[in-house]
Write a new protein. Structure first.
Length: 154
């Protein structure tokens, strides 16, 4: 994710596409990272997420009320990219720590998911990391491609 947003200009970060259902890159990026933080730290591990009012003020990304990328929330973002990238590094480090500390018993424990079902903790973490993050990474790469910029770093 960080490689994909590394070369995004402030203008492109906040560019909207009228008539499209796509939100701006800033909101897609923010949604993906905040969701990882809230879901892994909050829901999966029962800890306080890293994102709080202080992080919100520093990054220019308002607090979200739910998991979706509502248009109103997306339109209210005035992302300070370096500050948000600093927060994202904290989230990734927290995720790595969670994975390193996850023993077999905790990993196989069934948890409630936001989709109304139960999954083993490790399976849900894998699904979140693979499908959710990669899906949004692809959205950002596609929006960059529409603008004539190389979407993926390879």
């Amino acid at each position: 994710m960080e490689q994909v947003v590394a070369d995004v200009s402030p203008e492109l970060l906040h560019k909207t596409h009228p008539g499209s259902t796509a939100t701006c890159i800033a909101s897609i990026y923010a949604h993906a990272v905040i969701a990882e933080d809230q879901i892994l730290n909050g829901m999966v591990m029962g800890r306080a997420p890293i994102f709080n009012a202080d992080v919100s003020a520093k990054t220019g990304v308002p607090m979200k009320q739910g998991p979706a990328q509502e248009a109103g929330w997306a339109g209210s973002i005035n992302m300070n990219l370096p500050a948000f990238r600093e927060y994202s590094q904290q989230v990734y480090a927290s995720t790595e720590k969670i994975l390193a500390e996850l023993d077999d018993a905790k990993a196989s424990e069934m948890i409630d998911t936001p989709f109304g079902n139960k999954q083993p903790r490790q399976e849900f973490i894998g699904n979140l990391g693979v499908t959710h993050m990669w899906g949004h990474l692809g959205e950002i790469a596609a929006l960059k491609g529409v603008e004539g910029i190389k979407g993926l770093p390879f």
